[in-house]
Ligand binder design. Structure first.
Ligand code: FES
Ligand code: FES
Length: 164
């Protein structure tokens, strides 16, 4: 069905990684494309483009979402945090550092999404079991690591009472 009165462009105002942005965007533009192509924040990746892999995960008003499934206009007035916004002053978050320490990264394509999903988990539960970690990261697909080092990175960050 075609809605002839749907506007083609929208004046979007959104906060991304603490910075306010105003852009006129096409109403059909996905949040993922807005972040990558308009703001040049390429941490969120596209793999499946249909909500299956988690590579495009970002925080939208404090909750993780698949940015390939969200229209940019839906985020009007919201706060978005991408992987680029997780470090402070160029210093990695402790969870990010744990991924390096535990060798939880290979090609790195899935890593931003997994780190953001794991960040949400550790904010909700400081000491998740390995089973819970596996469950919560089930929506993030990694084609390289075999997952064990990823789970170890999250478990060790939790174990060391690291802040995330
Ligand atoms: S690219 Fe968005 S879930 Fe796969
Ligand atoms: S490290 Fe390559 S897809 Fe996960």
């Amino acid at each position: 069905m075609i809605y002839l009165d749907t506007p083609e462009y929208f004046d979007l105002e959104v906060t991304v990684n603490g910075q306010r942005h105003k852009h006129r965007v096409p109403t059909h533009l996905r949040l993922l494309d807005f972040l990558r192509d308009t703001l040049d924040l390429t941490g969120a990746k596209e793999t499946c483009g249909e909500g299956e892999c988690g590579a495009c995960t970002v925080f939208l008003d404090g909750q993780t979402v698949n940015s390939c499934l969200v229209l940019a206009v839906e985020t009007h007035g919201s706060e978005i945090i991408t992987i680029e916004g997780l470090s402070q002053g160029g210093t990695l978050s402790d969870l990010q550092q744990a991924f390096i320490d535990e060798h939880g990264v290979q090609c790195g394509y899935c890593t931003p999404g997994i780190v953001l999903s794991a960040t949400q988990l550790l904010r909700e539960e400081k000491h998740p079991t390995r089973e819970r970690i596996r469950f919560e990261l089930a929506g993030n697909i990694c084609r390289c690591t075999g997952y064990q080092k990823i789970f170890s990175a999250v478990a060790n960050a939790a174990c060391k009472h690291r802040e995330v």
